[in-house]
Design a protein around this ligand. Structure first.
Ligand code: ACO
Length: 378
């Protein structure tokens, strides 16, 4: 290999869903600045935008919101399967298994060529992933899962299904911003995984299972949980400096939630999430973990190592604080990422359908011309 691997810089598709200029921290969804979308739109508007290359009218928005909510319930068999799992099963493993199982109940699961059927499956799965996430949280707590409501948005339904109470407006607004920000992001690792599966002609559920599997890793979506575990391990603002010396200056560990393959300046999503973390800290009066995160960022950014390598907080860094302040268990952070990214994944899968097989080459570095030796003579 002539480079460091990782397909750095390789272009695998023409897309219109999102564009990133990592040198100036710019992210757009189909032309719209992420800052404008985060301020003004709901997650369902983004779902519509990614599939239709335009924002919906109010009637179109309401139609899609209801379509997603109406099909968000999951079969009893899937709930029973989730209840049968050990309570310490990683939530991402639960989600991966449940999504795979849902394909057995989807009337269009094996309809591999019809893009309209794939879109309908994607909208069903968008609601169902929300329900799986909320149901698993309740199962782990020994509570009965709650059935989604037809009159709510994805963000509202998740907050409602967590507690069974009327969804709190502040929590819904914060969660909606999170879902908007995480919905789509170019040819990231999990999106690429979904495209590779879709390009073989396989089905939408299989492609989404691949996306969930790739997202689970700590170098990708798993970093939000790992970032929060790191803040909890540090424990207090006064511990940041000694922790940094012992773990980062020695090269033993990486700061989770810092660094990005594409962003070599600020990730715009991190700044927006930091502002929402500030607002949640303000309203709750609890800012301990935000202060730890801010102090660690300042410590890193004051260090030549991070400056020279252009390492800044990515989306996972402050989203960890936002999700923690919303009362989510750390293990649920990455499933929440999937709850949003299903939008981008499925838009990419539908765009990839009927496209050419993705099949790169490998550079063989093993031996040639070896003489075969029968087993008993080895
Ligand atoms: N802490 C300390 N050093 C780091 C960090 C970090 N978080 N991230 C990168 N570096 C260093 C590397 O050690 C490397 O140094 P070197 O050139 O001296 O070897 C240099 O910066 C470049 O790092 P790479 O791993 O080559 O960069 P790559 O583009 O492959 O990796 C990645 C990007 C995986 C995100 C990396 O920055 C990382 O591991 N970050 C922590 C995990 C994380 O936050 N992942 C979430 C990414 S966002 C998302 O997927 C939603």
């Amino acid at each position: 290999m002539t480079d460091r691997g990782g397909l750095d810089g390789a272009v695998v598709a023409d897309i219109s869903t999102s564009y990133i200029d990592g040198s100036i921290g710019k992210l757009i969804y189909n032309g719209y600045a992420i800052e404008d979308l985060a301020e003004n739109t709901s997650f369902e508007e983004i779902l519509f935008l990614l599939f239709n290359e335009r924002l919906p009218s109010r009637a179109e928005y309401e139609c899609l919101r209801e379509t997603v909510a109406a099909k968000a319930a999951i079969p009893d068999a899937v709930i029973a399967m989730m209840k049968s799992l050990p309570a310490d099963t990683p939530a991402m493993a639960v989600l991966r298994t449940a999504v795979s199982m849902l394909s057995a109940f989807d009337p269009d699961a094996e309809n591999l060529s019809d893009k309209e059927a794939a879109k309908a499956k994607a909208f069903r799965l968008t609601g169902q992933i929300t329900t799986i996430c909320a149901a698993w949280m309740r199962i782990v707590d020994g509570q009965v899962p709650i059935v989604p409501r037809r009159d709510l948005s994805v963000a509202e339904n998740f907050v409602y299904m967590m507690s069974g109470d009327a969804p709190d407006a502040t929590a819904c607004a914060a969660l909606n911003v999170y879902l908007v920000l995480l919905a789509e992001h170019g040819m990231n690792a999990s999106t690429f995984a979904t495209r590779v599966v879709a390009a073989t002609g396989s089905d939408l559920h299989s492609a989404i299972v691949a996306g969930i599997s790739a997202l689970k890793g700590p170098s990708h979506g798993g970093a939000n949980s790992e970032a929060m575990r790191m803040f909890l391990e540090i424990g207090a603002v006064d511990n940041v400096a000694p922790w940094f010396e012992a773990n980062i200056k020695t090269g033993k560990r990486r700061i989770m939630g810092i660094g990005h393959r594409v962003y070599k300046s600020n990730d715009p999503r991190a700044g927006i999430l930091r502002r929402h973390a500030e607002a949640l800290a303000e309203s709750s009066g609890e800012r301990k973990w935000l202060d730890v995160a801010v102090k660690l960022e300042e410590t890193a950014r004051a260090d030549d190592y991070f400056v020279q390598r252009n390492l800044y907080p990515n989306v996972d860094y402050y989203s960890a604080i936002v999700l923690y302040m919303l009362g989510l268990d750390v293990d649920m952070f990455t499933p929440l990422f999937a709850m949003s990214r299903i939008a981008g994944w499925s838009a990419h899968v539908v765009a990839q359908m009927g496209g050419r097989l993705i099949r790169p080459k490998a550079n063989y570095v093993g031996p040639h011309d070896r003489e075969f030796v029968p087993m008993d003579e080895r």
